[in-house]
Design a protein around this ligand. Structure first.
Ligand code: BES
Ligand code: MN
Ligand code: MN
Length: 462
């Protein structure tokens, strides 16, 4: 790719300013108070795709938030890359823990980011990473170097389960036809250690409700004589792991893919410092399933975690009360071959079965999806590997991630195509947390690397 470095240098300020404008719109898909902002973001993405050179751009209505679609078809005999990303973001709370306002982006330097990082909700997940693709397309069209066809599909419901996108994909298989799907919505190992994400975990997300007495009671008058739903719920949750941190739900591990010792040894070669990991989180020890390393625990092993738990009195001071109900939100991260529908059912049956007499339990599934693994011997992987080699001067390391992008497995099922996950984020970007940020270096490196992928993928497809 000729001149990419100089093009980026020349347009750096504008590239940053455009992303900052996009980050100012609070496109929180989970909170209906931001509905207009989510719709507005779709329009801004649409205009950006038009400006970058897409010929046909539409904001496609769905039952929920729209999918922004754009394409530039230069020659039907050339391969087609389908770029996926999301313009919605997570809620910003707890807002007090942000050092700057989540929707007033600012660039600050940090120890890790001497070139600066953009602090805002969505900076890394996924507006910043999605916008790298828009700017990469701009470069290729302006300098006449687009080597193949490209389609963009940018959705607004990723953070809430991609329900509308699933329907959109099923209804538009012809339109979305492609040779490879390209996504930047994951991370890399470290600033100077590029990696390609070769796996995503599946997910089953449920909400549970435990009901005891029909009303809140005086904890002195009734305490000790009726089941306290909060005591019971916490006990039930605690019983879901044994002393080895193994999940106790019968059948939970039946389909889990066990990696060979060779595969695990290969994984262990990836650079990783347990000391740095602990100190970044301010913990004196890691915790998890016996027999597995930290990197195995958070990628190739399934997990169960409480994401939220509430009930009873949580206001100021003390109120003596036994609540009628207690609740929790629970996520299970799944690995290849575990079906999220089956796991949801196993969880539900087990959780209902362990409820003691005197309580009622309700389990409500939220959303979920299957895991994904991508082969490293495909031309898509090779093209990505060569691209990183050109721009980082290093061969990227294949790495399975613990996160989930459930729609990726659906793409494979419906569109019959593989996905290449070229993430440029870092674990320290604090996605979903206060002070989310995305390095200026990472943003510009992404813009630089993507066109190389286009070039190599086109060449290798011949
Ligand atoms: N981009 C993330 C997923 C991710 C991040 C994967 C980093 C790998 C590395 C995505 O936006 C996300 O947050 N997904 C959710 C699932 C979704 C159904 C809400 C997740 O993983 O919790
Ligand atoms: Mn994301
Ligand atoms: Mn996310």
């Amino acid at each position: 790719m000729d001149n990419i470095k100089s093009y980026i240098n020349q347009h750096k300020e504008r590239f940053l300013n455009e992303l900052i404008e996009l980050l100012k719109i609070p496109s929180i898909s989970a909170d209906s108070a931001y509905k207009n902002d989510v719709f507005k973001t779709a329009e801004v993405v649409k205009v950006s795709l038009q400006k970058a050179g897409c010929d046909a751009v539409e904001v496609c209505e769905t039952n929920g938030y729209p999918v922004v679609y754009g394409e530039k078809i230069i020659d039907s005999s050339l391969p087609t890359i389908l770029v996926y990303g999301h313009y919605d973001v997570q809620p910003a709370d707890p807002i007090d823990l942000w050092d700057s306002s989540p929707f007033e982006p600012i660039i600050k330097t940090t120890e890790l980011h001497p070139e600066g990082a953009i602090f805002a909700r969505g900076a890394s997940d996924d507006k910043g990473q999605m916008y790298m693709h828009v700017k990469a397309l701009e470069f290729m069209t302006v300098t006449n170097q687009l080597p193949c066809n490209v389609k963009f599909m940018i959705e607004g419901e990723e953070e809430v389960g991609s329900e509308s996108l699933a329907a959109f994909v099923e209804d538009n298989k012809e339109k979305l036809k492609n040779d490879i799907i390209l996504i930047s919505d994951t991370g890399m190992i470290a600033m100077n250690t590029p990696s390609i994400t070769t796996g995503l975990r599946g997910l089953s997300y449920v909400e549970v409700e435990v009901t005891g007495p029909n009303r809140d009671l005086h904890s002195g008058l009734y305490g000790g004589a009726v089941a306290n739903p909060i005591n019971i719920l916490t006990k039930m949750i605690a019983s879901l792991h044994d002393e080895n941190n193994h999940i106790t739900i019968p059948g939970f591990y039946d389909k889990v893919e066990e990696l060979s010792l060779e595969e695990r040894a290969e994984m262990a070669k990836a650079p990783f410092s347990l000391e740095d990991y602990k100190s970044a989180l301010d913990i004196d020890s890691v915790y998890g399933e016996t027999g597995y390393t930290t990197n195995e625990r958070n990628s190739i092993r399934p997990t169960l975690d409480v994401n939220g738990i509430w009930g009873g009195y949580t206001g100021e001071g003390a109120k003596t009360v036994i609540a009628s109900k207690a609740y929790a939100k629970i996520s299970m991260r799944l690995v290849p071959h575990q079906d999220w529908g089956d796991i949801t059912e196993l969880f539900t049956n087990h959780f209902e079965s362990i409820a003691p007499k005197g309580t009622k339990v309700k389990v409500t599934p939220h959303h979920g999806g299957q895991g994904y693994v991508t082969p490293t011997d495909s031309i898509g992987y090779q093209a990505a590997s060569k691209a990183y080699n050109d721009t980082f001067g290093k061969t990227p390391i294949p790495q399975r991630s613990g996160g989930s992008i459930p729609i990726v497995a659906l793409f494979e099922k419906e569109l019959k195509s593989k996905t290449i996950l070229m993430g440029f984020g870092l674990d320290s970007d604090a996605i979903h947390s206060p002070n989310e940020h995305f390095g200026v270096f990472n943003y510009l490196k992404g813009i630089e690397t993507i066109p190389h992928f286009y070039k190599y993928f086109t060449e290798l497809s011949k």
